[in-house]
Write a protein that binds this ligand. Sequence first.
Ligand SMILES: Cc1cc2nc3c(=O)[nH]c(=O)nc-3n(C[C@H](O)[C@H](O)[C@H](O)COP(=O)(O)OP(=O)(O)OC[C@H]3O[C@@H](n4cnc5c(N)ncnc54)[C@H](O)[C@@H]3O)c2cc1C
Length: 396
Amino acid sequence: MSTTVTTEGGPRFRLSDEQREIRAMVREFAEAEIGPIAAEIDMNHRFPEESIPKMAELGLLGMIVPEQYGGAGLDYVSYAVAIEELSRVCASHGVIASVNNSLYSYPVLTYGTEEQKQRLLKPVASGQFLGAYCLTEPNAGSNAANQETTAVLDGDHYVLNGTKLFVTNGGPARYLIVYASNDRSKGTRGISAFVVDAETPGVKKGKPEHKLGIHASDTREIAFVDCRVPVANRLGPEGQGYKVALDTLAGGRIGIAAQAVGIAQASLEASQRYAQERIQFDQPIANFPAIQQMLADMAVEVDAARLLTYRASFLRDQGRPHAIESSMAKLYASEAAVKCADLAVQLHGGYGYLTEYKVERFYRDAKICTIYEGTSEIQKMVIALNVLKQFEEPRA
Ligand SMILES: Cc1cc2nc3c(=O)[nH]c(=O)nc-3n(C[C@H](O)[C@H](O)[C@H](O)COP(=O)(O)OP(=O)(O)OC[C@H]3O[C@@H](n4cnc5c(N)ncnc54)[C@H](O)[C@@H]3O)c2cc1C
């Protein structure tokens, strides 16, 4: 990321040449390869199998992973840009890639041993297999610390028992990061992270959930029944799993913020076009101040959301603290996506309510961004605790 001085006035934030090339490349790919199937996979709730090798070919499934482990070796800003571009065309593709990158590949890259990276990261970052992240349980949603899945040591294996809910990529994924408690009396310090091969006996995948939006993203329950996982598949030391989960989510939230920016951007673009094409009272509706205000509101929301997302990504690239900034980006961008998609439907009038127009899909797809990887209420809680901490510090 660089700062350049433009003739339009003042220093201006801009992407590097390489980041802009990635934007152009992913945009071209998304419009050519995903655009034609986006409505159909939404309508049929169909996971886009055919897109996986194509995204893999472009390195979109292991963007932040070094090439030696099968990835593209890009930075987080590039990653955010790419997820935005995928989601601008199809939010389901955005989350499929985001989970594979942020929620699976990142923790294996960061906490895995060299042997684990070769065995468990390379095949996923290269897109040969997909990865998924299993944290949520029936009694551990917003309160992820309340893990009831257990992992009991038995020789050179752990025996996992428990049920995970809402697993994105759950059906197609070959490798699953599973959080489980070795000792519930230790609370979060008793939680460990494991990579489970989905073909292990005792992994029981449920049916895909039917959802409001992101229909082409596969979401399902996965149960673990006396599932024997080698000790060699534990990620990081025993008892460090909760730390792995939280660190992973700080990056994951950047992916969801970027997904939301893509949906908001698509809503704005569809509205720009429609406002100039639709004639009422003998003139384009774009002439009406009420419509202009909608467009202005959307434009500001998109810019603000994107800048917060870039800031969080940039800090992560610099290895600087970014958990709060990720929460801010995720909170703001997801609410912005909901607002922009809502305004886009309103601006399209009755046509916006029809599936024939894309904004109907954007409206349904936007909502999930305010829920997964921490609801808006949880992001506010995280941000507020940090604000209060800042107040306390000078007094100490
Ligand atoms: C489509 C989809 C895909 C998902 N993918 C994954 C995945 O891949 N992996 C995974 O592990 N999970 C996944 N999830 C789960 C998701 O992260 C959780 O649904 C989410 O964290 C909220 O948990 P919950 O549903 O149990 O809601 P709850 O925690 O029960 O929350 C219910 C309501 O209470 C509010 N609330 C809860 N606690 C507080 C509090 N302390 N203060 C204020 N308000 C509070 C919440 O904000 C919410 O409004 C997915 C969910 C969906 C719907």
